[in-house]
Ligand binder design. Sequence first.
Ligand code: ZN
Length: 465
Amino acid sequence: MDSLTYIQHLKKEYPVKQIGDEPDLAGRLIAHLGNRLPEFIKHKINNGTINVAEIQKSDPQAFVKEVSENDYAVVIHSGLSEFVYRVVRAISTRVVDHNLGVETGETFDDTVRIVAEIFWWFQETGQSFGPEYNIHEYQKKIASIITTEVESFFLAHELGHIIFPKEDKLSFEKVIERLTFGDYKGFIRSDDHPHFGEFVSDATAASVLLGIYTDCIDSNPVLNNLRYVGIEFGLMIFSGLEALEFPTSDSHPTFKERINSVREIVRKWTNDDEQWQNLIQLASYFELLFERIIETIANPSTSQIEYYEDSAAKVLEKIEDSLDRHSISLEEKPKQQDFVNVKLDSGETVKMPMPNFDFNDDSITPKYSQFYMEVSDILSVGYSHVFFEKLAKEFRKNIKLSHEQLVELEFKLGLIEKNQRIKILKKNEDLFYQLKEFQKTKLLHGYFSRQANPSGEYFFMKVYG
Ligand SMILES: [Zn+2]
């Protein structure tokens, strides 16, 4: 099999949404890197001995495979991009620019909580999901630029494995042969290090991103700053996962080690300390921020814990209240309908009953659509972990009747005129209670079965195991 066939197979199995001939993420990243890619790599891409592709898989990964001799497939999962963007976007809300009127829309504690929830969803479902929050257009732009650079870094890392394959002893001849990359002496760890190949790939990727060996270093310092953030920040996010004891890649050294190694190397590429400090300015800011966030997730202060517990309780209360208002109630329909005076064309005035626009008023069914709208707003704030925890504990716990009995009960009561029905239920408090709980579960079922995001699947897993 050749790499193209291999890619075609993968693409068929994990198709990404693509518009017409638009390139996928991998194709866009290759174009984005453009002249920063070494000739050697561009040549192989052009003659089809490197094929790159994005596939729709949720675990944030990229990999390279030598499909047949000297013929490579480089694959990036869409989940990598989704996860990185979600984290970077949340953190970018801390970037302020008073001159541009860009302020943070959330408190630091909330940013911490939002990032924690993104990690929580990732841990629970392996997918990228999280709450909504305030973000400025400018911050979105920053997030999107950084994400592209992070993705480029991970792609370039895989290409790095092609430039310097593991079995390569990195002889000088080989380096010459591969043209574009100069002398690595002085910054590569000793080649008996178990992760030697990974550090080399990171170094290669860093040089590609910064355009070092292809002589494409940009004259715009801000752009270089952002490219450097791309190099570090992807590694940082994954080192954050490590710090929180998430299982991460096994074939690679720890991300913290990789950050340090990349730093050491890039520092040697700069002319002096000032140039170095300028280059890493933004990355250092993000690192500091990110470390504080990870630190807070791991060890929140007492006041932070109180704040989170309070807010979570408020969210739960709102959900309870919404379930209550949109399921069956004992409120009777007003007996005396209101009348209005209607003037006819003939001039006479007649008294007519006020038209009833609430068609559902008499119905026994829960008010689904109103509930969906309301609960979606409430849940978008977050605290999903608390909500699902409670749900798993209490869901259907108090329902004694079987599903069939409840369906039948609801149906039969639905045939009775509303006020009559309420009279019956008032006399049978337990029956009312059972029916109410049943309707609440139906509301939640209905809502979560409509969710395309991971929360839908998670709900059913949590409730039914
Ligand atoms: Zn690697």
